[in-house]
Every structure is written in structure tokens, then in C-alpha cells.
Design a protein around this ligand. Structure first.
Ligand code: FRU
Length: 481
């Protein structure tokens, strides 16, 4: 470890210590989501199960609640529920990453854990340079940077980052999020036999490649996965204009399904589908675990949009990770189900009854905890529109006439404006809600659609209230978490 590395780490730990009490006294500290100990957390990185243990790294600026020269923070877990926080995995201490150890991924090879990340460098004139870097670990605890393995190829701007590495047959592959010189987003493929020497194969997808005419100015955090014999490219495009109920956030996160021709380095694929319909969800990353499940974790945040308005910044921290979700592919669509292990979070069953609704609002008695799971089975969603109001600050609703499912929240920017997000659903038979002190994740029909958002309820505004227009019966279960 260099002196610079040592010095940066010590400074970061000092921040953690200095603000520990302020951070921990925040009533909006989450009960069962991953957060930074201080400062800003963004993308999930290096998600992997290594020798039985899950590791999740995260983009971390320990020094303030804005973006900056990122470190890789580190959590691990045996069961995706109980997480342990570790020492810093990577600090921005070298010439090739001095302005940030940006996002990347992990892979196991020859019994070792390798991290790939983007070294972000800015010169005196704010000109950016980008390097793809490898780091090695024997124990999954300490990481040794081995240096730059990929430099910027011709034809791209320095917005070239977020390597995701996987193995396919006899080769390793790396996909990188890029902006080509015509200022359009691309996903670029590399191949290697040893993880250290990489051959540039070219863009597999992007603007001006079929079927996209134009699709944003930059693609961040690509992830190429195989599911059910199909190849799915997950990525976070920037620069899409809103279209009706779609692309309502500043940046998007979604996927295309198709088939990657590894020889031609081209992905034939269908149209782009958003992964999440809520307000705060970005830069997700997946891993294939030892049981063969494909698990996704996203950043429960959104860059630039409302970032300075989150009330947690008064307490010196911002953002969190989503819950882990198991992915499956059904008829060309990704379903995201909270992983089975999350049932271990359930403490006490506080509600289990058939609820018959008829125009009168109905508050669930005894369901006032701030950390809750709610499982609602809807008997026939075609008979009536209905809504579920949460802590007097967010409402989810479904209207069978226009078939729109909606999440509404009171804006935390001004505490007044109502903000809305939608998705289209033919019917609704199940709604699963995970509520934490300042977040909500809504899974509909076993993960067919998901809404993720931060909400900041008042201390005295707890409780769940159901309302319907016509008669409708629901089975409602609730657990404290
Ligand atoms: C996405 C992103 C990545 C980058 C990282 C920097 O949120 O902008 O493209 O590597 O965050 O923190």
C-alpha cells in the first residue's frame, strides 16, 4: 500500500468517526437497506458470491454528500440479509485513478477474486482520462491494484467506463459503457484469455446500430447476462427524452433482450424496457450466485436529480442500495422478485385478514411500524379502482379503466408538490411492498413491475389506509421488519 493510499484511507475513516453520531441520529437511517457510513453512496459494484460469501462494493465519497473522487466501500453477507461492513477495498490513490475508482465488477478466477474498475483522471483543465484497471485479492478482504489493462480505443470520448466482466465458454469478456465520438451511447465488447490482455471487439449495441436510431448520449453501467437461453443487456442510458409515461426520470435504467453473436460482436435485440418505474433507481448490477440465481441490486438513487434536497444530507449521508432481487425472464420480460432470504427479515405478523373495501377508507389497525412488509392479494382488480396510502406521503393505486398503476409521493424538495410515476398493467393480482424508514419498494404481480423510491414521512404520519371505489376484496398480510 502506498503512502497516498494509506493517507486517503485514514482521512476517510476519520470522516466516519467524526460524523458517526450525527449520521446515526438520523431518523431516516434505514433499518434493513445498505447505506454509506458517512457521505455519498452511488452504484453497486463488484457484486459476487466468492467462496460462499456475497460481496457487494459501492461507489463511495466519504468526504461529503456530493459526487467526487470515489472509493470502493465494501459489504459482505452470507445470506443477503445480514451484512458486514469492511475496510475500504479501493482508494483513488494512483495516477490512473486519482479522481475516482469508478464503477466496475468482480470475477473469480484461479481461486482469486478480481475487481475491474474505471480509473477516472482529470487534468488541470478538467480534461478527462479513463483507464480500465484490475485489482486482485486472495481473501476477498484486501485488494492489490495490478494496473491498467484497457486504454481508451479510438472512436470514443473519455466517457468510457464501468467494465463488467464474465466468462463465456473459453474466454473472458468485458462490456464497457461508452460514448462514441458522434456523442451517442454504446456498449463496447472486449475479449481475453487471462484477464490481463484484452482485445477490443467493438460496439455490440448502441445508437445507430439496429434497432436504435438514436438512444441517448451515454450508456453507463452495462451488464450482459444470459437468462433462459437469451442474452439480456442491462444498461443505464443518459439523454432519453420523456415519452408519455416512460423515461420520466432524468436518467433511465433498463434492458434489451436478444442474442449476442460473440464472433461478430453484435447483439440482435428488441426494444428497451425500463427496469423500475419509481423515482430513485439507477445503475443496477447483477451476479450469478452459487445456486444459479441471477440477482440484481440497484442504486436506490438518481444522479443529479433532487440530490441536494434529500433531508439526510443534514445528517451527512445520502443514498442507499435496493433490496436484492432475483431475475427471471418470462415472455421477453424481466421479472424481479425480492430474494427468498428476505423472509428472514419478518419479525412479527401484525395483520392477516380478508379486507372488503367499499368506498369508505379503511386504515389497517395495528400496522403503524415504519419498517414493514405488506403482501396484498387482489381478488379481481377489474372490478374497482383502489388505492393504498402509505404514511400519508405516498400512494399506490390501480385503475382498471385505463389500466394504469401509479405511485404518487409528496415531493421532498418542497414538501408539497405531488409527483407521479406510472406503468401499464392489464391486471393486478399481487402487490408486495417493502417499507423502510425512508424508502419504498413495490413489487407487482410477482415482480412484473417494480417501483422504487425514497420517501421521508413525518414521525407522526404512520399507517396504511386502503380505499376503493366499488366493492373489492383483498387479502392483506403485514409483517414488521
Ligand atoms: C453511474 C456512474 C458511473 C461511474 C460512477 C461514478 O452512476 O456515473 O458511470 O462509474 O457513477 O461514481
Amino acid at each position: 500500500m502506498t503512502n497516498q493510499d494509506q493517507m486517503l484511507r485514514e482521512k476517510a475513516y476519520e470522516e466516519v468517526k467524526k460524523y458517526k453520531d450525527i449520521v446515526e441520529s438520523d431518523c431516516y437511517r434505514l433499518k434493513y437497506h445498505l447505506m454509506p457510513p458517512v457521505g455519498l453512496l452511488n452504484d453497486p459494484n463488484g457484486f459476487i458470491q466468492f467462496k460462499g460469501t456475497y460481496h457487494l462494493f459501492y461507489q463511495w465519497n466519504p468526504f461529503n454528500t456530493g459526487h467526487g473522487a470515489k472509493f470502493w466501500g465494501h459489504y459482505s453477507s452470507k445470506n443477503l440479509v445480514d451484512w458486514q461492513h469492511h475496510d475500504i477495498a479501493l482508494a483513488p490513490s494512483d495516477w490512473f485513478d486519482k479522481n475516482g475508482c469508478y464503477s466496475g465488477s468482480a470475477i473469480e478466477h484461479d481461486d482469486k477474486l478480481y475487481l475491474f474498475y474505471t480509473g477516472n483522471v482529470k487534468d488541470e483543465n478538467n480534461q478527462r482520462e479513463t483507464y480500465q484497471v484490475i485489482a486482485e485479492s486472495k481473501d476477498g478482504e484486501t485488494f492489490e491494484k495490478k494496473g491498467v489493462v484497457v486504454e481508451l480505443p479510438e472512436g470514443y470520448t473519455a466517457h468510457f467506463r464501468d467494465p463488467k466482466v464474465w466468462k463465456h465458454e473459453d474466454h473472458f469478456y468485458m462490456i464497457i459503457g461508452a460514448q462514441s465520438e458522434d456523442l451517442t451511447g454504446k456498449a463496447v465488447l472486449f475479449r481475453s484469455t487471462d484477464l490481463f490482455n484484452w482485445e477490443h471487439l467493438g460496439p455490440i449495441a448502441g445508437a445507430h446500430l439496429t434497432p436504435f436510431a438514436d438512444f441517448g448520449y451515454m450508456w453507463e453501467c452495462p451488464d450482459l447476462i444470459e437468462l433462459d437461453g437469451q442474452d439480456v443487456l442491462i444498461f443505464s442510458p443518459q439523454g432519453l427524452e420523456p415519452e408519455g409515461i416512460h423515461y420520466q426520470n432524468l436518467y433511465q435504467a433498463g434492458y434489451v433482450v436478444g442474442k449476442l453473436d460473440y464472433e461478430k460482436a453484435r447483439l440482435e435485440h428488441g426494444s428497451f424496457i425500463e427496469l423500475d418505474r419509481g423515482f430513485e433507481f439507477y445503475a443496477p448490477q447483477t451476479t450469478l450466485d452459487e445456486t444459479g440465481r441471477r440477482i440484481l441490486i440497484g442504486w436506490l438513487g438518481m444522479p443529479e436529480e433532487r440530490e441536494d434536497a434529500h433531508p439526510t444530507i443534514e445528517h451527512k449521508w445520502i443514498h442507499a442500495m435496493t433490496l436484492p432481487r432475483e431475475l427471471t425472464l418470462k415472455e421477453g420480460k424481466l421479472y424481479q422478485k425480492p430474494v427468498e432470504e428476505l423472509k428472514m427479515l419478518r419479525k412479527e405478523a401484525v395483520y392477516d385478514a380478508d379486507v372488503e373495501l367499499k368506498s369508505e377508507p379503511r386504515a389497517l389497525v395495528g400496522v403503524e411500524e415504519e419498517a414493514l412488509e405488506l403482501l396484498v392479494e387482489v381478488n379481481d382488480s377489474r372490478t374497482s379502482s383502489f388505492e393504498i396510502q402509505i404514511c400519508n406521503i405516498a400512494t399506490i393505486s390501480y385503475n382498471p379503466t385505463d389500466k394504469l398503476f401509479k405511485l404518487e409521493r409528496v415531493s421532498f424538495v418542497d414538501g408539497n408538490t405531488i409527483e407521479e410515476r406510472f406503468c401499464q398493467l392489464d391486471h393486478v393480482n399481487e402487490i408486495q411492498v417493502f417499507l423502510d424508514t425512508s424508502s419504498i419498494e413495490v413489487f407487482i404481480n410477482g415482480g412484473e413491475e417494480v417501483f422504487t423510491a425514497r420517501i421521508y414521512p413525518d414521525e407522526n404520519e404512520k399507517g396504511i389506509v386502503f380505499t376503493a371505489e366499488e366493492k373489492i376484496i383483498m387479502n392483506v398480510k403485514a409483517w414488521t421488519l
